[in-house]
Every structure is written in structure tokens, then in C-alpha cells.
Design a protein around this ligand. Structure first.
Ligand code: ADP
Ligand code: TRP
Length: 340
């Protein structure tokens, strides 16, 4: 068990799709290291997913699937805390209190809301708020509540989420200013960019960034035959087998680099550059490397996904621990505001 003297890191994961190789490289692997340095907490942000997801069966499946994926990928449930946001209803009490100290203008400037308005402008809509729900608009306040409720020290985020952590810090500052008295009631969180996040983006099977919104992903847990099919679909040029090739121009090589050992990667680079290795050979190698790595993960994942598996115990223990932290923070907030 992690000691309470360590700083607390909080990672939120939105369950909006089946996890894919890009998520593993860009989000899961960097987050695994946090457990070494922090008292690491991870939660499934199921209420955040509700801003976009309207299918109860899917939301249930993705929520469980995300938790199972992260554990299968290497999070040790003995050392970390994992919980579902919806198991911590204290979040919503704090969300309201924070809403009352948050300027509306701050929300108007939030990236996700602005992007949605820009899309409306681009498509010629007269009402720039068309199709934008209050969940999307309030999203940064809910995220601030997630963070502040756990008394988090650091929040590891990619570039797209750093504005939200700055907002959480701003909102905590406003609360402390208004209600802090002698001692700050809410801890000001710091964003951190995980060490392994070097801005590397994994390409998908059409060569663009792998993303579920492009439908070009290689999901982490597909059957061998499906995996083979997806790898075969990665585009290549028509350079003949015997000609020298530029490995860095190839999506298949860029994916291989992330999963193969350094020896295999450099050997493959040499063989492509020298000529004699075809793109088909590269794809066969990529399939073998992926299949070797994902096989054991898939077995663990399948076991965790079974109803009544160890996953339920992990989430129940996580919820209890998270709620205990939440209640401590809320008690201070209620006292400070005069609610009780
Ligand atoms: P998607 O683009 O499939 O919708 P998300 O936006 O839900 O993925 O991303 C969840 C996390 O996975 C983020 O931290 C993001 O940086 C990471 N991620 C997603 N796609 C990639 C990719 N192709 N390469 C690297 N990291 C990625
Ligand atoms: N907004 C984050 C995302 O889209 C998920 C998230 C919700 C989160 N609450 C959080 C991340 C709190 C860190 C801390 O990926």
C-alpha cells in the first residue's frame, strides 16, 4: 500500500470507446509510471462520458472495459486506487459549490466549448450554441470537482486537458479567496506532463492519427484474425521488395517502434533501408510483435471482464477510499460556506 506521505496524483479516464493502441502508448503507459512516484489514484469518468454517450449498454461496457484495460496493462490494484466517478456522489455537491464561485466567462473560454461553437460557425449554423448541452458547457467545473475533491497534488494530463487543470487551480483559488479564512480549504493542483509523453502520436491504419473518431484504430483486445486483418490494412507505397525503403515514412514501422525491442527495431530499420525486406514482411513482423505483447494482456482482460471478477472488489475498495477522502474535503467546504 502506498504511504500517505507521498503526493497524490489523479488520473481521470473517460469511458467513451474501446481502448486502442494509441491510448496504450499515449495515456496508459505514461500513467503506469505514476504509481512509482505518487500515491496514484485513477478513476473512470463515467459522468463525463454522458456528455457524448447516449447508450446505457455501451456506457456500462466501456466503463468496465476501461478499468479492466488499465489493470491488464499493468496497474497493480494493490498499490493504486481505482474507482468509478459515479461511486463518489460527493462530486456533485462540490460541483454545485464550485459553480457558485466560477465566473461564467471562464466557461465561455473553455477549449471544448469554443471548439463546438467554431464547428457550428463553420457549418453555417445561425445559433452557435446549437446542439451544445449544458454538460459540455459545465464540464470544466465537474472536472475541477473531481480534482479538488481528492485533495490532489498533481494531475497528469496531455496538452488538450491542461487548460482544465488550470481552471481547477483558478476555481480553487477563488474558493479559498472567498471562504479560505486563515487556511486554504482547497489544495491548488499542479498539471504534470508524464515523462513518457514526448508528444508521440501513433498513426492509425489509414496513416492519420489513430483515433476512434476517425474509425482507424487497432483496438487492444481483438481476436488474432482481426488483428491480422487490421495490420494488413495499413497503407504502404508500391516500392518493390528489393528496393531500399524509408522506414520513417511507414505507419507500420512507426507502430512497430513503439512495441518491438530496440534490437528488433534497429535490425528492421537496417533491413528496410538496405532493400530486400518488403512492406508485407514488415506487416507480418508487426503482427507477431503485437500479438505476442497483447496476448497475455487479453487473457487478463477477459478474466477481469467476467461478471463478479476481481475487478468488482478493486472498484469497491477504491470507492470506499475515494469517498473517505471526499468526505473530509466536503466537511471543510460545508463548514467554510455556512451550509452546516
Ligand atoms: P480518441 O482520439 O481515440 O478519441 P481519446 O481522445 O479518448 O482518444 O484519448 C484518450 C487518451 O489517449 C489521451 O490521453 C490521448 O492523448 C491518448 N491517445 C489517443 N490517441 C492517441 C494516439 N494516436 N497516439 C498517442 N496517444 C493517443
Ligand atoms: N477530461 C478528461 C478527458 O477528457 C477526463 C477527466 C475528467 C479528468 N475528470 C478528470 C482527468 C480529472 C484528470 C482529472 O480525458
Amino acid at each position: 500500500m502506498a504511504t500517505s506521505a507521498r503526493k497524490v496524483s489523479l488520473t481521470g479516464i473517460k469511458p467513451t470507446g474501446e481502448p486502442h493502441l494509441g491510448n496504450l502508448i499515449g495515456a496508459i503507459r505514461p500513467a503506469l509510471e505514476l504509481a512509482e512516484r505518487y500515491d496514484a489514484m485513477y478513476f473512470i469518468a463515467d459522468y463525463h462520458a454522458l456528455t457524448v454517450l447516449r447508450d446505457p449498454e455501451l456506457l456500462r461496457r466501456y466503463s468496465r472495459s476501461v478499468a479492466a484495460t488499465w489493470i491488464a496493462a499493468g496497474l497493480d490494484p494493490e498499490r493504486i486506487t481505482m474507482y468509478r466517478q459515479s461511486d463518489v456522489p460527493e462530486t456533485f455537491e462540490l460541483t454545485w459549490v464550485l459553480s457558485c464561485v466560477t465566473g461564467k466567462g471562464l466557461m465561455n473560454r473553455a477549449h471544448a466549448y469554443k471548439a463546438a461553437r467554431d464547428r457550428n460557425a463553420e457549418t453555417g449554423k445561425e445559433d452557435l450554441d446549437a446542439g451544445i448541452n449544458m454538460g459540455l458547457y459545465n464540464y470544466p467545473v465537474l472536472m475541477a470537482a473531481d480534482i479538488l475533491l481528492m485533495d490532489s497534488d498533481v494531475v497528469p494530463v496531455g496538452k488538450d486537458q491542461s487548460q482544465h487543470v488550470e481552471y481547477a487551480a483558478d476555481i480553487a483559488g477563488s474558493f479559498n479567496h472567498l471562504f479560505g479564512g486563515e487556511h486554504d480549504k482547497l489544495k491548488i493542483p499542479q498539471p504534470v506532463v508524464p515523462a513518457a509523453d514526448t508528444g508521440r502520436t501513433l498513426p492509425g491504419i489509414d496513416g492519420r492519427k489513430m483515433s476512434k473518431s476517425y474509425g482507424n484504430t487497432i483496438p487492444l483486445f481483438v481476436s488474432e484474425s482481426q488483428l491480422k486483418k487490421l495490420v494488413r490494412r495499413i497503407p504502404t507505397d508500391s516500392t518493390p521488395v528489393e528496393d531500399p525503403k524509408d522506414p520513417d515514412s511507414s505507419s507500420a514501422f512507426q507502430i512497430l517502434e513503439q512495441f518491438a525491442t530496440p534490437d528488433v527495431t534497429s535490425d528492421t530499420r537496417k533491413r528496410l533501408e538496405a532493400g530486400g525486406m518488403g512492406w508485407g514482411d514488415l506487416k507480418n513482423l508487426l503482427f507477431d510483435v503485437l500479438n505476442d505483447q497483447l496476448g497475455p494482456l487479453r487473457a487478463r482482460y477477459d478474466a477481469l471482464m467476467e461478471p463478479g471478477s476481481e475487478l468488482d472488489d478493486v472498484l469497491a475498495a477504491g470507492a470506499e477510499k475515494a469517498r473517505a477522502r471526499a468526505r473530509r474535503v466536503l466537511r471543510l467546504v460545508r463548514e467554510a460556506t455556512g451550509i452546516q
